[in-house]
Each structure stands twice: as C-alpha cells, then as structure tokens.
Design a protein around this ligand. Structure first.
Ligand code: SF4
Length: 464
C-alpha cells in the first residue's frame, strides 16, 4: 500500500528589516504578527525572501541616510521592496515622496503605523498562502502578537502621534496628532504579555503624560470594570496586573506636568518602578520657549525635587540638546547647574543638528557646529560625573536584578539590570560568578545581588 504524498507547499517568505525607535519597533511587531497570522514566513535576511519590507526612520538626517541605504541594499540584493515607517511619510524638496524619488523601483511606500496598507501591498505582490494547517496563533503572547524584543521584556505602545509642536521635531508631521489606544486594549495586551513570560513592560508613546487627552479621558472598560483613559488610572491598572506575575512596569516619555505628581505615590509604594524617563531637552525657560516644549511653563527643578521627596529612590533619566539656536553661555550654564541640582541620574545629550523640515531651522542665532559639539562635551562631563556619583552611592546595597544574559546558567556570571536601568539606553549590572555553588542565573528571571563596585555607567554585583 502506498502512502499519499502531499505536495510540498512553498511558504511565501517576507524579509523584514526594522530600523528606528521603540515606536517603530512596535509597528514592526504589528506587521510581523499579521504576516505570521496569515501564514507568511518571515526572515531577517534579504536572500531567499520573496519580497522585503523595510521599516524606516526619518527623524534625523543620519537616520534618513541609514534608511535610504538599507532600501538600496534590499533593492540590490532582493529587488522587491515595500517601504513603511516615518521616512515613507517624508517629502523631498520638490514635494515628491522622498523614498520614491530616491528609489523609484520600490513596490509600495507607506507612512508609519500603517499595518493594513502594508498588508494590502504584500497581498498585491505576494498572494496569501492557502495552507489550512498554517498555525494561526503566532506565539505565546496571543493577542499581544509577535515581539522583536527578548522574551522577558516588551514595549507597550499606548498612543500614536503627538499634539505638541516642538520646533526641532518633525514627528507630528510624520505621525500626526495624538491618538490614544483604548484603555481596554492596552490592558488586555499588557496581561497577555505578562502571561507570555514578560517580566518588564516598558510603556512608550510620544507623550505618556498626555494619554487620553484626545478622547477627553473617556471611560473605557476592562475586565468588566470602568477605567478612565488617563495616565494615572493606566499606571494603577498596569501595576495591579503586573503584581501577580512579579513583573516590572517602567514609564517612558513622561513630561513634568502637575498631573504626574499623582503617579509618584505608586512608585513610592512599589506598584510601578521608581523610574521616570522625562525628555526635558533643556532647563532654561527661554530656551524651552524657543523649543516650544510641553510643560515649558512648569517649574521643572522644583517639581523634580518634590518627586524626590515623595519617592527618594526615584531614578530620573532624561535627554537634552546642547547648542540650540540662540543658546547663550548663560543659558547653557543654567542647564549644567540644573543637571547638578536635579541630580539627573542618567542623561543623554545631542549637539543641536538641523532636521530637514523642522521650524527651528529658521530661528535666529544658529551656533557654529564646533560650539554645539563643545557644549555637548561639557554637558556630558557634568552628566557623567553626576551619574557616577549616584552609582557609587549604591555600592554595598542589595538590589533586585533582572537577568538579561547568563551563559551556562550563570556559572561564569552574567549581565542584568536593576530598576534604575532601562534596556538599551541605560547602564547594566555586571553579575559576578555566584559564590554559592547551588546558585544559578536564568535569563528573564530575577536575582538579588549585592553591589560591589561602580564601573563607568555600570555596576558590578555578586548574586546572592
Ligand atoms: S513632544 Fe515635541 S519632541 Fe516629542 S514628539 Fe511631540 S513634538 Fe516631537
């Protein structure tokens, strides 16, 4: 008796390249989830793929170049390319779409957060597989879909776009005004992520403190209960959902509005991590006004000091711009003093660089590039000294560490992070080989560790 041999069905394969910030990453995750749910195979390489999707970044000129180069490579190596993301929404000087002008052979171009448009372009160029046995459940995260981050942490995007019009930024022109996701959807995704093994949830948006403004803080529903679409209620609910999983919730892109004061007690009581990523960009009120920054009228130093009173262990991370058009030496020194007085734990700094299409390009008082760079270097010296002082204060203490890498179950040590370190942007905790023979380290699990030294931006610790 001969067995029926089923014909080999070749699964259509889509190569995928994801460039840009965590917000772009979550767009990529949505597209990959949809591709997988429809039965497409996805790969990280151009070769062997039937077509390639490039998710681009268009924020600063270097990112534009990287994106255009990647599209060029994908065209050369594969030939069939769909472009999505922020660069896809950009126009060239003559008003044409920039990507199409530079790479006329691309199959389709969409802007950011355009999963459906990307899928439509995929369907036209690479018909859907018709295999009834294709697994429709993409992975263990269920409704949360495919994640590009390691299994134990994930970004949770709560809104798209931004209502502000900071003069150095072109994000609103690419991503549009603020659109908050329904709170029920956000909380459902959070629970699915924790249930799938996520131990650290990173809340992202362009302005987390503005969550719900666009829907007038409408009351939504989750788990049969009414919940307001507002930052405080969101953070409260996330803390409650995370608790039984013993997981962390970390907040990014929070502006120093008075309303954020109410979130601080949740940090002090341990419901969410006492960590705030507050992109301040500057401290001097006149520079902030020229930048048209959100909360520029607020007394930021007083606010930050008050937060430290309510929650002494809070870690503040921020980013700044040195050499903004018209910045005087006195304004710059105001910034240096601010970093010292506010004891900013982690700071990044860019020398101001013109972004094509930003209104700041037309401001008077553009500073020479050398002066901008010099101020950035001076800033980093002050910020690094502050960061080191704060890290040194931790030596001798015991901290909870989330393990990111631990070859051989940690017998030779590993690398992890404490509540003070967000992945990718902050330092790490270097874990020494445990003294106790029975002690192991596992990726995605917590360990307690005694801090034995500070080393640059990092800490060194002994797992206990
Ligand atoms: S808050 Fe300002 S910098 Fe941030 S996305 Fe909105 S406009 Fe851009």
């Amino acid at each position: 008796m001969s067995e029926a041999i089923s014909p080999q069905v070749r699964v259509p394969t889509v190569g995928f390249v994801s460039l840009g910030c965590p917000k772009a990453l979550t767009d990529s995750e949505l597209i990959l989830t949809q591709l997988s749910a429809e039965g497409y195979k996805t790969s990280k390489t151009f070769q062997g793929a039937d077509l390639v999707i490039v998710n681009t970044c268009g924020f600063i000129d270097d990112a534009v170049k990287e994106s255009l180069d990647t599209i060029g490579e994908a065209l050369a190596e594969n030939g069939r390319v769909i472009v999505t993301g922020c660069l896809g929404a950009k126009t060239a000087d003559n008003g044409d779409n920039m990507v199409r002008q530079m790479h006329p052979k691309v199959l389709a171009v969409t802007g950011p957060h355009a999963t459906q448009e990307v899928m439509d372009a995929v369907h036209v160029n690479l018909p859907k597989p018709h295999d009834p046995f294709v697994d429709l459940v993409p992975n263990s995260f269920g409704v949360a879909g495919i994640k590009l981050t390691p299994r134990h942490y994930a970004y949770l995007k709560i809104s798209e776009g931004c209502n502000h019009r900071c003069t150095f930024c072109i994000i609103p022109s690419m991503r549009g005004d603020l659109v908050s996701r329904p709170i029920g959807d956000v909380l459902t995704e959070a629970r699915a992520l924790f249930a799938g093994g996520v131990k650290e949830l990173l809340v992202i948006s362009q302005d987390t403190s503005a969550y719900g403004v666009d829907v007038k803080y409408r009351t939504g529903f989750w788990d049969g209960k009414p919940v307001k679409t507002r930052m405080l209620e969101l953070v409260q609910a996330l803390g409650e959902i995370a608790e039984p999983f013993g997981a962390w919730v970390r907040l990014h892109y929070v502006y120093p509005y008075p309303s954020v004061d109410d979130v601080l007690p949740l940090m002090a009581s341990g419901q969410v991590l006492p960590y705030l990523d507050v992109p301040l960009q500057h401290s001097h009120p006149d520079v902030l006004r020229r930048m048209k920054r959100p909360a520029s009228g607020e007394k930021n130093l007083e606010r930050l000091l008050k937060w430290r009173e309510v929650c002494p262990e809070i870690v503040i991370r921020s980013t700044f711009i040195a050499g903004f058009p018209g910045e005087t030496e006195e304004e710059f020194e105001h910034l240096l003093n601010f970093v010292r007085e506010a004891e900013i734990d982690r700071a990044g700094c860019f020398a101001y660089s013109a972004v094509t299409g930003a209104t700041a390009n037309n401001l008077p008082g553009m500073l020479p590039i050398e002066l901008r760079e010099e101020r950035r270097a001076r800033f980093m010296k002050v910020a690094e000294a502050m960061s080191i002082t704060k890290l040194q204060r931790r030596v001798g203490s015991t901290m909870q560490i989330l393990v990111d890498t631990a070859p051989g179950m940690g017998k030779k040590g590993g690398v992890g992070r404490s509540y003070a370190d967000a992945p990718e942007i902050d330092g790490v905790v270097r874990l020494l080989p445990p003294e106790k023979i029975s002690k192991t380290l596992k990726v995605g699990e917590f360990t307690k560790a005694r801090i034995v030294a500070a080393q640059g931006h990092d800490l060194v610790a002994m797992p206990i």
